[in-house]
Design a protein around this ligand. Structure first.
Ligand code: HPA
Ligand code: ZN
Length: 341
């Protein structure tokens, strides 16, 4: 990998749209929080923690992912988690980020919704002040729990509506289709939230779930969703509705053994608003720029396609049209200046 390419990618203005805050928990912070909160961990070293990162599919990943969150207890812990991520994102050339959080993974073990969201919000405000990065929150419902629990969580979030841009759906997709949450997403839409949801890679009913997300729920974006390539009608529908896909190549290689680079690039070339993101960067050992680099290394991407992917990250985001134009101009200026140097 040429270090010139790495430098180019890091300097390229980018947005990140598929990022789970709880998936940014680095082992070092996990140790610090465990100590601060008097929690005994089975693993004693960073290496021992990394040894537990053995995933062969989404389910085996989630079995490691959720238990680790118990070290997050105080508002300060959520602040530190988000601020550490935003610091790394800024260093990676991320200018805007729309971040998932899983309130039920915390309220379900007795941490108040207010504790979670005030910590995240204070980190967002601090990062905006210190680095000029903009960040929004997307509340994800756990799809392997009931629709009633999701609705109760939505209602709990309403007092914090101004701090949350949209809602999403994550955790184990098997047997948990979008239609299960139709009423919750309809209510969220009425409350003014934008809508996205995971359609994970190679699920039993991937195509039907993607169809439901677009036609029955009316999502604004789809997280992962590359199986759409199997259905031309759905590809055309996503194009006509301007629905972006938030792809995560390194994450894909952990949960499916393939980056899905052919699918990602074919969809890009067919005109879908395909974007590149990190998903759970601590667990997959790759932040945003690493994902662009991994895809470039694997598929031999030229600068034009990298630039298109970066532009798409803003096009698929939920920023205002004026900010979008500004970022697109900035990217053009950056590319022109790197040709000169
Ligand atoms: N899919 C489903 N649930 C998740 C993911 C994902 O990519 N990352 C964190 N929780
Ligand atoms: Zn995800």
């Amino acid at each position: 990998m040429s270090s010139d390419l790495a430098t180019f990618i890091r300097g390229l203005p980018k947005a990140e749209l598929h990022l789970h805050l709880e998936g940014t928990l680095e082992p070092e912070l996990k140790f610090l929080l465990a100590q601060r909160n008097g929690i005994e961990l089975a693993e004693k070293t960073v290496d021992e923690v990394k040894q537990t990162y053995k995933f062969h599919d989404l389910t085996s990943f989630l079995q490691v992912y959720y238990p680790a969150m118990r070290v997050l207890q105080q508002s300060q812990d959520f602040h530190d988690l988000a601020f550490d991520y935003l610091t790394r994102a800024h260093a990676d050339g991320i200018r805007h980020v729309e971040m998932f959080f899983d309130p039920q993974a915390h309220t379900g073990r007795g941490v108040a919704f207010a504790t979670v969201i005030t910590g995240y919000r204070s980190a967002i405000m601090r990062a905006r002040r210190e680095f000029g990065i903009s960040a929004e929150l997307i509340l994800c419902f756990l799809r392997d729990h009931s629709a009633e629990y999701a609705m109760a969580t939505l209602l709990e979030a309403l007092p914090y509506k101004d701090w949350i841009i949209g809602v999403g759906l994550d955790s184990d997709e098997r047997g948990n289709p979008p239609s299960k949450f139709a009423a919750v997403f309809a209510r969220a839409r009425r409350e003014g939230f934008l809508l996205t949801m995971h359609c994970d890679i190679d699920q039993t009913d991937s195509i039907e779930h993607i169809r439901q997300a677009m036609e029955d729920i009316g999502v604004d974006r789809i997280d992962h969703g590359t199986n759409i390539i199997e259905d031309d009608r759905l590809v055309e529908l996503a194009k006509s509705k301007g629905i972006g896909l938030t792809c995560c190549p390194v994450s894909n290689s952990f949960v499916t053994e393939q980056m899905k680079s052919t699918e990602i690039l074919t969809l890009l070339d067919r005109g879908l608003t395909v974007t590149i993101n990190s998903d759970d960067p601590s667990y997959f050992d790759a932040y945003a720029a690493d994902n662009y680099l991994a895809l470039a290394a694997h598929a031999g991407l030229d600068t034009d396609r990298l630039v298109e992917l970066a532009k798409n990250s803003f096009r698929a985001s939920w920023i205002t049209p004026a900010r979008l134009e500004e970022f697109l101009r900035e990217i053009d200026a950056y590319v022109a200046s790197s040709h000169d140097s």
